[in-house]
Design a protein around this ligand. Structure first.
Ligand SMILES: Cc1ncc(COP(=O)(O)O)c(C=O)c1O
Length: 442
């Protein structure tokens, strides 16, 4: 197919509302996306919505053993949930030793981040129902709820739409469950990275709302199956929480017999310079959902699951899908983990993140174009005064062949490839500075 006809051909059959370029999978390299249609290249600070850890055509992906395994795995699409292979076992072992933190003995694999979160919620519902003695499949469990937060994005599947509330166009006009939604006590940072809002008051407000949900006499008393939160809310605005607040959530979950569920679909799998974002906060969940950069999506869960004998990780068919993830994704994920470890990319991306944050703070100070620069590792954001000024920045960057993302009402986020070099990140900073300087002059 001629690259100049790709968009037109697609548009004849489906909605084509993505980027106006045609990715050249052969010529794209590292942090550079080549447009097969125009021949131009774009600096990638969006990484397919935080889902490509190593950029394009990483030399480590040319490894012969890997390519042989990849080809073998791609020629037939087996149902991994029930038909096991050496290739799958190699991936599971690598994930369990490189990515899964200690003390999490249960894994479940599926395709799609929303379905990963959905299955974390299902695991929690089943666990809570059984704790309440409702073990007969005919028992009514419609009073169980998932506590979640404002500005949360957890996906667009059945259950996850009820806990997603970023933009109405994603969940409006679809029936949803009315589960408790709690204020999100997000941190704001000053120009030196210190907390500059009244975070204790914001956390007290959220805790008061949680107290009301768990209070005796409330319809949700002892009916909460899980507290679900992104350890850093991505789509909702790159909202950071204090470790103290996460610790509070841990306490609520322990005291009220519900599970703490972390959605690490966007933040997890080494993007923050640690395997999981929660490790920076020092508060562990009972179940974590992952996806995007891990290629294979799913959940890992800890020992509290086994407080209930027939939990979904022990009993057949309670959570399942035909393909149980995808073997090609498993093989690719395994190779990514090997390269991330071999090349010390966690250390690298932590340093890169510090460099980019320092650069962004300096641009903010000299131009006043944005504020509240925040982030860790490859996950970096800043906020503008208005949605229009944010949109202007994102648009102008694209016009300079730099791809970044919006989030929340007024924030811009970077999702950097873990392999980005400091000099490549300087190209990003230079582009931001040139747009910010022009905006300041208007
Ligand atoms: C935190 C979070 N959870 C879940 C999802 C849904 O993942 P997917 O689009 O793969 O279903 C996303 C996607 O952006 C996400 O950011």
């Amino acid at each position: 197919m001629n690259s100049n006809r790709v968009l037109e051909e697609l548009a004849r059959h489906q909605l084509v509302d993505g980027y106006p370029l045609v990715v050249d999978l052969e010529r794209s390299e590292g942090v550079w996306i080549h447009d097969a249609a125009s021949g131009q290249r774009y600096l990638d600070a969006f990484t397919c919505f935080a889902s490509m850890p190593l950029g394009y055509n990483h030399p480590g992906m040319e490894d012969m053993e890997f390519l042989d395994t990849l080809k073998r795995s791609a020629l037939c699409n087996i149902s991994n949930a029930d038909l096991y292979s050496q290739e799958m076992a190699h991936f599971v072992d690598t994930f369990a030793t490189h990515a899964t933190p200690e003390d999490f003995c249960h894994h479940f694999w599926i395709a799609g981040g929303g379905l990963a979160v959905e299955n974390a919620m299902k695991a929690a519902f089943d666990w809570k129902a059984r704790l309440l003695g409702r073990t007969n499949f005919a028992d009514d469990v419609n009073d169980l709820v998932i506590v979640h937060f404002k500005e949360a994005f957890h996906g667009r599947t059945g259950y996850t739409m009820s806990v997603t509330n970023t933009l109405p166009d994603k969940v409006g006009l679809f029936p949803k469950f009315n589960w408790p939604r709690i204020s999100n006590p997000k941190v704001e940072f000053d120009s030196d990275g210190a907390i500059c809002n009244d975070i204790e008051a914001a956390e007290a407000q959220a805790c008061a709302e949680l107290d009301a949900v768990f209070a005796k006499g409330s319809p949700t008393h002892n009916r909460v199956a899980g507290i679900l939160i992104e350890p850093m809310q991505g789509e909702g605005g790159d909202n950071h929480f204090r470790p103290e607040f996460m610790q509070k959530l841990r306490q609520y979950a322990d005291e009220h017999q519900c599970l703490l569920l972390f959605d690490e679909v966007q933040t997890g799998f080494f993007g923050s310079g640690a395997p999981w974002f929660w490790q920076h906060l020092g508060v562990a969940p009972d179940i974590a959902a992952f996806g995007k950069k891990s290629q294979v999506c799913g959940i890992y869960a800890g020992p509290r699951m086994d407080e209930v004998e027939h939990n979904v990780f022990r009993r057949s068919s309670r959570i399942n899908s035909t393909w149980g993830g995808n073997l090609v994704d498993m093989v690719r994920s395994r190779r990514y983990m090997e390269i991330i470890a071999e090349d010390n990319l966690c250390e690298h991306v932590l340093e890169l993140g510090e460099h980019v944050i320092a650069g962004m703070r300096s641009i903010a100070a000299s131009t006043g174009a944005f504020r509240n620069v925040r982030g860790v590792g490859s996950l970096i954001a800043c906020s503008f005064d208005t949605p229009e000024s944010r949109d202007h920045m994102v648009r102008e960057l694209f016009n300079q062949n730099v791809i970044v993302l919006q989030c929340g009402d007024t924030a811009m986020r970077f999702r950097l490839p873990l392999v980005m070099t400091q000099s490549e990140s300087d190209l990003l900073l230079n582009a931001v500075e040139s747009v910010a300087t022009k905006a300041a002059a208007v």
